[in-house]
Design a protein around this ligand. Structure first.
Ligand SMILES: C[S@@+](CC[C@H](N)C(=O)[O-])C[C@H]1O[C@@H](n2cnc3c(N)ncnc32)[C@H](O)[C@@H]1O
Length: 264
């Protein structure tokens, strides 16, 4: 377990990030994170889905547009307001995963991409307990979390260096994110009663994407919405390096792990 500190606390970070970009379009590429993994989990239209930490809606909008019964919650009101504005038919509300406003056993599927690692350890435990409470028996959860490995360590060093260069001298003081190993995260889910089916090594935004020379042609100028819609695409060379690293050392060169679990 490793904690990442930055110059800005986690909630301020998400408020700024979601204020700065327009609402997402429905995600298109189902061969990349997180749509690929949502689809491994949601296997039918047979029950309600909760996307906890829905952000500006790329997954929520995908399922809504395809006729699924999906609800989204996020603790950033600016993100929820944007979603309501773009589509009043979306079921979205401000909410916190540590204290969900739903009855026991409401959801067949629970999606939580990049959510729990925004919390300190005691709160992660509360959030996972709440997850268990609102999922139906037989229901499934798909959750991604930041890996405690070489790639996230280098990313944090790189970000701290950039922040220092731009004069943010207080870098390092505020809680930003939790980094966990697979066994640490898996244990948290088993402890509350989930049966863990799988944990996958996944690359969301490879560290090479931070350097424009390794990005795909249409990604040279950083555009967060494009990356969120298509996935963070690398050039041929970038792909070659990243694929080699992740094939040889998957646990160290993924940046997230994805857990799929069932409430038995
Ligand atoms: C990595 S983003 C993922 C957004 C979206 N799921 C996606 O994949 O595009 C994580 C989201 O979790 C939200 N979040 C963080 N802590 C939360 C909490 N305690 N309760 C609800 N949402 C939270 C953040 O505001 C952010 O939108």
């Amino acid at each position: 377990m490793r904690i990442t500190y930055r110059h800005q606390n986690n909630k301020d970070y998400w408020t700024k990030r979601w204020t700065d970009i327009p609402v997402d379009e429905a995600m298109e590429n189902d061969q990349v994170y997180p749509l690929k993994h949502a689809k491994l989990t949601v296997t039918g239209k047979d029950g309600k889905i909760l996307e906890a930490g829905c952000g500006v809606g790329r997954i929520l909008r995908y399922y809504h547009q395809n006729g699924y019964d999906i609800v989204g919650i996020d603790f950033i009101p600016e993100a929820i307001d944007k979603l309501k504005e773009i589509d009043s038919g979306l079921q979205v509300e401000v909410g916190d995963v540590t204290n969900l406003n739903f009855e026991d056993e409401t959801f067949q599927y629970f999606l939580a991409f990049g959510l729990y690692h925004n919390l300190p350890m005691d709160k992660i435990k509360e959030g996972i307990k709440e997850t268990y409470r609102v999922v139906k028996t037989g229901g499934r959860v798909c959750a991604s979390f930041r890996a405690d490995n070489i790639q996230t360590y280098i990313t944090d060093k790189h970000t701290a260096h950039k922040a220092k260069k731009s004069g943010k001298t207080s870098t390092g003081k505020e809680f930003h994110k939790m980094n966990l190993t697979r066994s640490e995260f898996s244990k948290l889910f088993s402890e509350v009663g989930f049966e863990v089916e799988d944990i996958l090594y996944v690359e969301n935004m490879p560290i090479l994407y931070k350097f424009s020379m390794f990005r795909a042609k249409n990604h040279k100028t950083f555009d967060e919405n494009l990356g969120r819609k298509e996935g963070y695409q690398l050039s041929f060379l970038g792909n070659l390096i990243q694929k080699s690293l992740i094939t040889l050392f998957p646990s160290q060169f993924c940046n997230i792990n994805i857990l799929i679990a069932q409430k038995k």
